[in-house]
Design a protein around this ligand. Structure first.
Ligand SMILES: CC(C)(COP(=O)(O)OP(=O)(O)OC[C@H]1O[C@@H](n2cnc3c(N)ncnc32)[C@H](O)[C@@H]1OP(=O)(O)O)[C@@H](O)C(=O)NCCC(=O)NCCS
Length: 216
């Protein structure tokens, strides 16, 4: 075979092209779109109102909120109102598709009986839900929570991230475990019993056992 012949070079180019194409396709398939948490806007509120009525959201999140008229949901979730309570709302996006709602809050000074023992201003809390029932149980929630945790730890002031699922919400608890949270004990919140789960800023395990002392 003449390695310098035009025919050999053309065949080689074609084969290299096929390999490159195979790698491009494989990478596209193996690297799912990242989940991006964008700040919620006022224009998202009608969409959120619709989500809160869905059965899987009502069950573990909305409760009686699902029955509230739009104006009351607007009054509660308007981003500038939430900012006044140190809560930041997000819409989780998978590419162009909104897949859920999430919020983070500064635990210390929450008021209304929440986190009254918290003295660390670096502690953030998170809550979230996926909007489509058909998305549940496929790992999307874990990716969403990981994305939110990574986003919050980008702020060097954040020391710890906590969450407080209903102890009966086994799917959420497992999701949080997969996203790096540890269950540190049951607590009583103004919403009732909760499992306190937390993760420290990576590389700083100093506070790891602190919250376990609050368990009952
Ligand atoms: C909580 C939520 C965000 C989790 O997202 P998700 O995509 O459903 O969760 P994932 O698929 O990432 O992980 C769920 C895990 O729980 C497991 N699971 C599901 N149902 C379960 C059950 N009844 N008991 C125990 N484990 C269960 C799944 O098998 C999976 O674990 P595995 O990967 O080890 O098999 C989503 O389910 C949701 O929006 N639920 C409704 C609202 C809600 O509960 N919000 C949380 C309030 S704290």
């Amino acid at each position: 075979m003449d390695l310098g012949s035009p025919r050999f070079r053309a065949e080689l180019r074609e084969k290299v092209g096929k390999v490159k194409n195979f790698i491009r396709v494989a990478l596209r398939e193996e690297a799912p779109s990242p989940i991006v948490l964008r700040l919620m806007r006022e224009a998202d509120l009608p969409m959120l109102h619709g989500w809160l009525k869905r059965a899987h959201v009502r069950e573990w999140w909305a409760g009686e909120e699902a029955l509230l008229p739009f104006e009351e949901i607007r009054a509660r979730y308007l981003p500038r109102v939430m900012a006044g309570e140190n809560v930041t709302p997000y819409i989780a996006m998978l590419g162009e598709r909104p897949i859920g709602y999430a919020q983070s809050y500064v635990a210390m000074g929450s008021g209304a009986g929440w986190w009254e023992d918290e003295t660390d201003p670096g502690v953030r809390g998170i809550d979230q839900f996926l909007c489509e029932p058909s998305d549940l149980g496929q790992g999307l929630g874990t990716r969403m929570v990981k994305a939110l945790v990574a986003r919050l730890f980008e702020d060097p002031a954040v020391t710890r991230i906590q969450t407080d699922p209903d102890p009966r919400n086994l799917r959420a608890i497992r999701c949080y475990e997969k996203a790096g949270f540890r269950a540190l004990g049951t607590i009583v919140t103004p919403d009732g019993a909760a499992l306190y789960m937390a993760q420290e800023r990576p590389g700083t395990d100093a506070h790891a056992q602190r919250r376990s002392q609050t368990s009952s």
